[in-house]
Design a binder for this molecule. Structure first.
Ligand SMILES: *Cc1c(COP(=O)(O)O)cnc(C)c1O
Length: 518
């Protein structure tokens, strides 16, 4: 494989790949058919050239106080059509939800309805500025108030903070409110309990807030061990962070008992709501005794994520926490909507401000559009269909792959690597071979409580025909692995623009900055 000056592969993987059978073919341009090779923009651009024709500046007073750059900025010089082609080619190397099924478990990669995009582009939402006088953005504030109403209604919680910008950020918001509430009652505590199956952001958030994290083991049926949890609850525990449905794709059936035990110990119940997609319209977290829960608008409520757009992670709060929520928030006054931006009086308990402005306005518009276009009954059906699709996959693959737990799942099907035992094929190999079949891999090696985990979340937006094709591909791979066709796995992917990369090295020694070769 050819490498550029910073050690990055520049050629399609199969240039040197025996498995494709056409390794002899190397074109003059490096392209292979209409699959176009794309170098880095710095390699493509020319030094000292520019895509625009501007006259040099005339005489001017230098007001930079001697801080003006002396060296060249060293930007790649390209004309507009070259820039357009570069990014268009790169975009075609990417895989996204608009190209096919994206079974990444826990991530809820559902279709992003185009109506959402149309609404978000309305100039009254897209072209406003957060520092405009509130009298000029009443429509936007009304929209935020409507979204807040839907989130509170769907969760059965009295209060919501819209400003957090991702699920993890929402966790931070929730834990800061919990810390503020504990400190307000003069009872600062030091420990947060997280189940072993928790998403990594949960313990990371607790640690970031200054808490010591204690793990709680799972039972053989994939649920939290309630006995172990209650045994760990004492007056040092500030909160328990639980995901429901949990990351094994299972509903925590003892959740009420757990909530009561948490409250009896004087602690708070933080629920990771990333899996809310499975229960919207069916279960209200407020009824389960939850004190704070983030909602990933970019999962449950269909706003784009990954390469498609920023996240948004509003947090709903119980009565016990609602005085501690962050600023700013929308309130209704005599003259229409207002923004509460600053603490009022010394006894204002808000823990402060989490972000500069109001949050991800574009995502609020998309999420509310999704809610209004589905209606309450449509949202419930989306949750039911997500669960149905996951169970269909699990049932169809039973006997080919090994489901980790007995019984039905919620919106994601969890498999482990027992079906690969003795084949020499690992979960990683299996996932890479899926790329050759035209599928983005499922989530691998998460949750940690299952060996060689493969977590598949189809979402409700896949058709039965699409699911059948996906299931067929997975059956074919599972059967090939058992039949000893290891070559098909060990070097996979063979047909992707890039072959098997050294992902560990890429994560540990990332080269983030281009240096021009001398
Ligand atoms: C996605 C996810 C998170 C984090 O959300 P981000 O928006 O990616 O920060 C936390 N917990 C679970 C279970 C998740 O699936």
């Amino acid at each position: 494989m050819s490498m550029n000056a910073v050690g990055r592969p520049t050629a399609p993987a199969n240039e040197n790949n025996a498995a494709t059978g056409d390794e002899e073919f190397v074109s003059f341009s490096g392209h292979r058919g209409l699959r176009l090779k794309e170098p880095l923009i710095f390699e493509l651009g020319r030094e000292g050239e520019t895509g625009v024709d501007l006259e040099g500046p005339g005489a001017f007073d230098d007001r930079l106080g001697g801080l003006a750059r002396e060296a060249e900025a060293d930007l790649p010089g390209l004309a507009e059509p070259e820039v357009v082609r570069h990014f268009t080619r790169l975009s075609r190397l990417n895989y996204g939800i608009d190209m096919g099924l994206f079974p990444l478990g826990s991530c809820t990669m559902k279709h992003n309805p185009r109506l959402n995009e149309k609404m978000a582009r309305l100039p009254g939402f897209a072209d406003i500025h957060p520092m405009q006088p509130v009298s000029t953005v009443q429509g936007a504030l009304a929209l935020m108030d409507d979204l807040a109403h839907w989130l509170k209604t769907l969760t059965g919680m009295p209060s919501v903070a819209l400003s957090p910008k991702a699920g993890a950020h929402g966790e931070l918001c929730g834990m800061m409110a919990i810390r503020a509430a504990l400190e307000a009652r003069g009872d600062a505590r030091s420990v947060v309990l997280c189940p072993e199956s928790a998403h990594g952001t949960n313990p990371a958030t607790a640690a970031f807030c200054g808490y010591k994290v204690k793990p709680i083991p799972a039972k053989a049926n994939g649920r939290v061990d309630v006995g172990a949890l209650t045994a760990a609850l004492d007056d040092t525990v500030a909160a328990v962070m639980l995901t429901n449905p949990n990351t094994c794709g299972l509903f925590e059936s003892d959740i009420r008992e757990i909530a009561d035990a948490i409250h009896a110990a004087g602690a708070f119940f933080y629920c990771d709501g990333a899996n809310f997609n499975a229960i919207v319209g069916k279960v209200r977290p407020g009824d389960l005794g939850v004190d704070a829960m983030h909602i990933n608008l970019h999962k449950t409520f269909s706003t784009p994520h990954g390469g498609g757009g920023p996240g948004s992670g509003p947090v709903v709060f119980s009565d016990a926490l609602k005085d501690f929520v962050p600023l700013p928030y929308v309130s209704q006054g005599a003259d229409g909507f207002a923004l509460k931006e600053w603490p009022q009086g010394d006894d204002d308990a808000s823990f402060g401000r989490l972000v500069a402005f109001q949050g991800q306005m574009g995502m609020f518009v998309r999420a509310l559009t999704y809610m209004l276009s589905h209606g309450a009954d449509g949202l419930r059906q989306a949750a039911e269909d997500a669960v149905l699709n996951a169970n269909y996959i699990m049932a169809e693959l039973d006997g080919h792959m090994t489901p980790s737990f007995e019984g039905p799942c919620m919106h994601e099907a969890l498999f482990d690597d027992r079906f690969l035992k003795g084949t020499g094929v690992s979960t990683l190999d299996f996932a890479k071979a899926m790329i050759d079949e035209g599928y983005h891999p499922m989530t691998m090696y998460f949750p940690l409580v299952v060996h060689g985990a493969m977590l598949v979340e189809p979402t409700e937006t896949e058709s039965k025909a699409g699911l059948d094709q996906f299931i067929g591909a997975l059956k074919g791979l599972a059967d090939a692995a058992k039949a000893g066709e290891t070559d098909r796995f060990s070097g996979a992917p063979y047909h992707a623009p890039m072959g098997r990369l050294d992902e560990t090295r890429a994560a540990r020694q990332p080269v983030l900055r281009y240096r021009r070769p001398d």
